[in-house]
Design a protein around this ligand. Structure first.
Ligand code: DGL
Length: 265
């Protein structure tokens, strides 16, 4: 089973790519909406949430855990890898492809405060983006818009415009979505970025990585090669209806077979 978690519904942007890549697998997605957002929380608190969720996923049979949250990856992935004997695949802002492909020499990165402070981000910046001008913007308020289902509203346009317009004015030709909630705002981001700007979402690359790891586990006989595909979504918050609606919006037609639940964690 592939366990997937995020501070909320944002990680569904990753599950969407995972499901596309591995439609026959068994998924359990945890939306930690009861404790969202992670971005402004101290690192120790995010590690605490990531640990509680990982233990739940392992107790339900997870063979791999996908940390579908940039903030939780930044805060907790080394701790998780050091604590549990299963593979973890995390998120990382896609600064590398943006820095390699930029023609203007300027790239924008939208992420949470926690992600920008993470060692992984700083290391990636240093290794791959020293040739580029990197315009960083904390997407304050964006996670809340997605968690409230307000992705196509005047309020969303106002906040997104405040962040994206200055990036475009300073010449970026790539905007990296460094938080898994932000793909749900892509339409509004695109409206301000214009057609000439590449919006970079690392989720498809993460799904390919998970597929490779799963193949390795199957090759080693650690997980069964045969599986009955299923998709279960649980939330720690009171937003089961939003979770269902968002899955319904992004899933193919057979999503009626999916299971939804609220849990205490
Ligand atoms: N989806 C999370 C991420 O990728 C959102 C963080 C938050 O809850 O603030 O960073």
């Amino acid at each position: 089973m592939i366990g997937v978690f995020d501070s909320g519904v944002g990680g569904l942007s990753v599950w969407k790519e995972l499901f596309r890549e591995l439609p026959g697998e068994k998924f359990l997605y945890v939306s930690d909406s009861g404790h969202c957002p992670y971005g402004p929380k101290p690192k120790e608190e995010v590690i605490g949430r990531a640990t509680a969720i990982t233990e739940y996923l392992i107790s339900r049979g997870a063979d791999i855990v996908v940390v579908a949250c940039n903030t939780a990856t930044a805060a907790a992935i080394s701790h998780l890898r050091g604590s549990y004997p299963i593979p973890f695949v995390g998120m990382e802002p896609a600064v590398k492809p943006a820095a390699i492909n930029t023609r203007t020499g300027a790239i924008g990165v939208l992420a949470t405060k926690g992600t920008f402070k993470g060692e992984l981000y700083l290391r990636t910046l240093h290794r791959f983006a020293s040739n580029a001008r990197v315009i960083e913007q904390v997407g304050e308020g964006l996670v809340e818009l997605v968690e409230e289902g307000n992705t196509d509203t005047p309020q969303a346009r106002e906040i997104v415009g405040k962040y994206v317009r200055p990036m475009v004015e300073s010449g970026v030709d790539h905007i990296v979505l460094g938080c898994t909630h932000y793909p749900f705002l892509e339409k509004v981001i695109r409206a301000f970025a214009g057609e000439g700007v590449e919006i970079v979402n690392p989720a498809p690359a993460i799904a390919r990585r998970v597929s490779q790891v799963l193949e390795q586990l199957k090759g080693q006989g650690k997980v069964s090669a045969m599986n009955m595909g299923s998709n279960t979504f649980v939330t720690t918050g009171g937003n089961l209806e939003l979770l269902k609606r968002m899955v319904g919006d992004i899933a193919p037609d057979d999503f009626e077979t999916f299971i939804y639940n609220t849990i205490d964690l």
